[in-house]
Design a protein around this ligand. Structure first.
Ligand code: TYM
Length: 338
């Protein structure tokens, strides 16, 4: 059994409205992993176009996500940040994996069903095979660990199945590692501020449903003040949060932003009114997210510097990807120039 070198890969779509869920579920964890792992963080523009994107906005949103990585503390000189389209091997491996994955597997993907909605006939073909591209992203670098929010769990399970089937089909037991999802912290699923039963998302029509990474302090405070609550005082145990979705969400966000265990935060606010939690949460969110947003704005004012960082990262990513792709072509039986 070959042990693969530990390597972290994750991706974020450049579809605008980067929000607190993306930060707490993913980007904050990207930063911590740099201490212990070699990391690649990708702005997944190929994924974004599974739903039509205005080209100018796509360029801007790609820089926005890259700026968020850097502003949050990812170091592009020690690790790799890049946009997917600059490494064509992603699309090439995705094609091979399209031929490995089974229709039945993709038919089970709940995110496709949610995103395609009722009129599935009108969804792009890309949206359907999107999880295969995601598997390609990870396997192209033989990544062993993938930090993501809870909503990506099913896609990660599929990536593991695809890796295993490739290894079996081509009789190379250790060709691809089984990537481990890292779904960590007290906010792996941040919910909408308007509805504790709905995920915070980039596409929710209500701006009040999410705190974005570019919100100004006033907006952050206003959105938290207007967040949905229930009529009771805050509970005194973690178990009692179970049927209190709004309280669970705000307390989970507070714990994640303050890097405190959930039970400590529950104790801190036990018996208090929502207004007290909201006031302290607004201060904490402004103190933690505010400076990241300010730094993102600075970086985006100098788009050329962001483009240089992405180009440099892409060249380094491609050096790894090209070697793995050569091995894939050989394994599959594609003739290559001698
Ligand atoms: P995307 O762009 O939708 O989201 C980026 C990251 O943010 C997490 N996330 C959340 N976490 C907690 N609460 C929320 N409300 C919330 N909303 C989003 C997501 O779980 C994700 O980690 N398919 C991926 C992008 C991708 C990828 C990859 C990820 C493409 N290739 C390879 C890992 C590895 C996506 O659409 O994420």
């Amino acid at each position: 059994m070959v042990t693969h070198t530990a390597r972290v890969f994750s991706g974020v779509q450049p579809t605008g409205n980067l929000h607190l869920g993306n930060y707490l579920g993913a980007i904050k964890n990207f930063v911590a992993l740099q201490e212990t792992h070699q990391c690649l963080y990708c702005v997944v523009d190929l994924h974004a176009i599974t739903v039509f994107q205005d080209p100018a906005e796509l360029r801007n949103n790609t820089r926005e996500v890259a700026a968020a990585f850097i502003a949050a503390g990812v170091d592009p000189s020690q690790h790799i940040i890049f946009n997917q389209a600059q490494v064509p091997e992603h699309a090439e491996l995705a094609w091979v994996l399209n031929c490995v994955a089974r229709m039945g597997w993709l038919n089970r993907m709940t995110q496709f069903k949610e995103k395609a909605g009722k009129d599935r006939e009108k969804a792009s073909v890309g949206l359907y095979v999107y999880p295969n591209l995601m598997a390609a992203d990870i396997l192209l670098y033989r990544a062993t660990h993938v930090p993501v929010g809870d909503d990506q769990k099913q896609h990660l399970e599929l990536a593991r199945d695809i890796a295993q089937k490739f290894n079996n089909d081509f009789d190379r037991p250790d060709f691809f590692p089984q990537p481990e999802p890292l779904i960590q912290g007290p906010a792996t699923r941040v919910m909408s501020l308007r509805d504790g039963a709905k995920k915070m998302s980039k596409s929710d029509p209500s701006d009040l449903s999410r705190i974005t990474m570019l919100d100004q302090p006033d907006d952050i405070a206003r959105k938290i003040r207007k967040a949905k609550t229930d009529p009771d005082a805050l509970p005194d145990s973690v178990a009692a949060l179970e049927d209190r979705p709004e309280a669970a969400n705000l307390i989970g966000i507070y714990a994640a932003l303050g890097a405190k265990p959930l039970n400590v935060v529950v104790e801190q606010f036990a018996g208090a009114q929502f207004s007290k939690l909201k006031e302290e949460l607004a201060d904490l969110a402004i103190a933690t997210i505010g400076p990241i947003g300010a730094e993102m704005r600075k970086l985006m004012d100098d788009p050329a510097s962001v483009d240089v960082a992405l180009g440099d990262g892409a060249a380094r990513a491609r050096a790894i990807a090209a070697d793995v792709m050569d091995e894939v072509r050989e394994a599959v039986g594609f003739l290559q120039a001698p």
